[in-house]
Design a binder for this molecule. Structure first.
Ligand SMILES: [Zn+2]
Length: 294
């Protein structure tokens, strides 16, 4: 059986020109083919050709606002919305409401939906926020979750450590999302990176406990996936494929898919992980087709 067309739920096409110099140097240090990577962020046609060559049919383009730590301003949202315009059948624009830099999160979610954002990212170590801080008075977070749930936008949350300059790893633990999953049962939550590397047991626990929680496996070397998650098969209907491309450790998304395809998992599970689960969360190509697009 051949590998199905892939839905990569975790790719980074971001406004790299906004990055703080120290972060930029850390991120791109030793990245082969950097010029090509930067070109994909300037020109969607270049990205689509790359995805074709890598066997990726659809992708979520992960973006978030983090002016203080990373340099990504509020302009990040319209930037990615503009980028995907006309390619919505293949590209999902993921944007962000920064809970510490937004007064009215509900209004901001409505504005983002209007501009074409179809999923949201929360990055606790880069936005310096604990996901359950609404229990201690951070009301922006509660209205963000309620508005995202009501608008049907999945919320991806970075879980696990980050080594970028300025990142704070006291926000890396996914366990505070236990509260969020309980208090906002309609909100679909994706634990990016499955808590790698310190919190993978917590991530597994959260997926098994809560029907509204998924993980993506981006950033986990595919050949080690079953070492990290020996019970992956038991949660296969809520695991999303993601590569974290163009992270320096991911030269070729296709090679990662091939390594994953060789793992001893049921073929039906592999198909769900590579494609079907993401379609259920983010929609089919046809639903967002523009009629004239590639
Ligand atoms: Zn990522």
């Amino acid at each position: 059986m051949s590998i199905p067309p892939v839905f990569d739920a975790h790719i980074h096409v971001q406004p790299w020109h906004m990055l703080h110099a120290a972060v930029r140097d850390r991120l791109w240090h030793g990245r082969a083919g950097l010029e090509r990577v930067l070109e994909t962020a300037r020109d969607p046609a270049t990205l689509l050709r790359f995805l074709d060559a890598e066997g990726i049919e659809q992708a979520v383009l992960v973006n978030y606002v983090s002016p203080d730590v990373m340099g990504f301003t509020h302009e990040t949202n319209p930037w990615i919305a503009d980028y995907v315009r006309g390619h919505e059948d293949r590209l999902v624009a993921m944007g962000s409401v920064h809970p510490r830099h937004t007064d009215d999160a509900a209004e901001e979610v409505a504005r983002l939906v209007e501009m074409g954002i179809r999923a949201l990212k929360l990055h606790p170590p880069h936005q310096l926020v604990r996901p359950n801080a609404y229990l201690d008075g951070m009301e922006t977070l509660a209205s963000l979750y309620a508005a995202a749930a009501q608008a049907g936008l999945p919320l991806m949350v970075h879980t696990g450590t980050s080594i970028f300059p300025g990142a704070r790893n006291r926000f890396a633990d996914p366990m505070p999302l236990d509260d969020v999953a309980c208090d906002f049962p309609e909100l679909r939550i994706i634990l990016a990176h499955g808590g790698r590397p310190l919190f993978m047991d917590t991530a597994l626990f959260l997926v098994r406990r809560h029907p509204n929680v998924w993980i993506d496996v981006s950033g986990i070397p595919p050949k080690l996936l079953l070492d990290y998650f020996p019970k992956l098969e038991s949660i296969a209907d809520r695991v999303l494929w993601g590569t974290d491309w163009p992270a320096p450790g991911v030269p070729s998304p296709r090679r990662n898919v091939e390594t994953f395809w060789a793992l001893p998992l049921a073929e039906a599970s592999k198909r769900r992980i590579l494609r079907d689960n993401a379609i259920a969360l983010f929609g089919t190509r046809a639903r967002f087709g523009t009629g004239g697009g590639a």
